[in-house]
Design a protein around this ligand. Structure first.
Ligand code: PLP
Length: 406
């Protein structure tokens, strides 16, 4: 059996992300009674700070659950079985949210797309325009498709709703965008924002939340989907505790610290850092593949077409994600075997292809607590693993990243 690689693991997954030492230290303290005044002060500070990150003055509900919990809370509180919603397809995570909505009894219409390019906003607008009786009660969109490294422009989706005069609620999953690049819940007219702790907020997995507009709160009064743990009425009745069940005290200790870190750096500077690191990653990938552009498409059945060289998965330049980059390998090379080599030999943890992209792509997360040396170390090790696995690549990707950063 191979010995475990030594040294610190370079953790380059697109979530969970590196937990900063400051957050770990903040969590290394004794538990407090979650109803005590001392803890309630922390709770309130976290609540207010999270609303600043979401850029909302409206309502926020939190859950001791991973992102799936907030997904379910968003759907169960505002829709009733039989309600029609419009899902904007983006990839594995929009598909998973679609399955969940179906299980809750919703009728899901999908605006489908090539996963490498994302939905056409014109197509979204024409679907809304065609719905003259306003049967569609909600439009669901994943801001950043973590599985493919593609972000969807939320203001354009809002504009499609406004220009067609459609009253549907707008639900946005910000699980891998919040704290990484700009999101403005109130200014962009988002009704339900779904977020989670383990990505841009740099925390352990286990807490998720929903920002809810006044229109969302009003809809929840009429929704009949069965719910208890997620029920906003139930939660509202427990003010100021706001949690059903035991509050995850240590996650709040961590959240208080991570919010401080985000605000000390400044959200705009946080976003600029993510952009810088994302640009450097993309420069390396483009260089490795000699700027290959196969024109291949992808979707629920996998990648259609031949990819002869390393290529960025996201083929829509304006939608390239600042928090994760998905990389296609030339056909005939197994991305999962490559990731195993990176992990087992060099202690570099990368994200894998999800669903139909399994084995065809790998993902470099560049979100959360990350700086230039961490990213350059990871990119250099990706090159090393390419060489070790016999994957053809053009040398000099790390230099391209340095040129981008310098
Ligand atoms: N939505 C997106 C965009 C995600 O990236 C994830 C997880 O990575 C989820 C939803 C599901 O969240 P969780 O795994 O925390 O339940």
């Amino acid at each position: 059996m191979n010995a475990k690689p030594r040294g610190r693991q370079f953790f380059q997954n697109p979530g969970p992300t590196n937990i900063p030492d400051r957050v770990l230290r903040a969590m290394d303290r004794a538990v407090l009674d979650f109803l005590s005044d001392e803890f309630m002060a922390i709770h309130r500070a976290c609540h207010a700070g999270l609303k600043r990150v979401l850029k909302t003055d409206q309502t926020l509900y939190m859950y001791a659950a991973s992102g799936h919990g907030a997904w379910e809370a968003g759907l169960a509180n505002i829709f009733s079985p039989g309600d029609r919603v419009l899902m904007l397809e983006s990839g594995y995570f929009s598909d998973s949210w679609t399955v969940m909505a179906g299980h809750l009894g919703l009728e899901v219409d999908v605006v489908s797309c090539d996963w490498r390019r994302g939905v056409s906003v014109d197509q979204v607008a024409s679907r809304l325009k065609a719905d003259t009786v306003h049967a569609i009660k909600g439009v669901l969109v994943v801001h950043n498709e973590t599985a493919t490294g593609l972000s969807v422009p939320i203001p354009d989706i809002r504009r499609a709703l406004d220009e067609t005069g459609h009253p549907a609620l707008l639900l946005v999953d910000t699980i891998s965008s919040l704290g990484c690049f700009d999101f403005q819940m109130d200014a962009w007219g988002v009704d339900i924002t779904v977020g989670g702790s383990q990505k841009g907020l740099m925390l352990p997995t286990g807490m998720s939340f929903t920002g809810v507009s006044a229109k969302g709160v009003a809809a929840s009064a009429k929704a009949t989907t069965r719910r208890h743990y997620w029920d906003w009425k139930e939660m509202g009745a427990r003010e100021p505790q706001r949690f059903i069940g035991t509050t995850p005290v240590h996650i709040f200790y961590g959240l208080e610290e991570s919010l401080k870190m985000l605000e000390e750096e400044g959200l705009d500077a946080v976003f600029a850092r993510h952009r810088r690191l994302a640009n450097a990653t993309r420069a390396a990938v483009r260089h490795w593949g000699g700027n290959a552009n196969s024109g291949a498409t992808a979707g629920a059945k996998g990648i259609a077409g031949d990819v002869g060289a390393i290529e960025l998965f996201c083929a829509h330049d304006a939608r390239l994600s600042d928090s994760v980059t998905a990389v296609m390998l030339p056909q005939g090379h197994d991305a999962d075997a490559f990731r195993r080599t990176a992990l087992n030999r060099f202690n570099l943890s990368l994200g894998g292809g999800l669903g139909p992209l399994g084995g065809r792509i790998f993902r470099i997360g560049h979100m959360g607590d990350l700086n230039e040396p961490m990213l350059l170390g990871a990119l250099a090790t990706v090159e090393l693993a390419f060489k070790t696995c016999g994957i053809p690549y053009r040398q000099g990707g790390v230099d391209a990243a340095i040129q981008s950063l310098a």
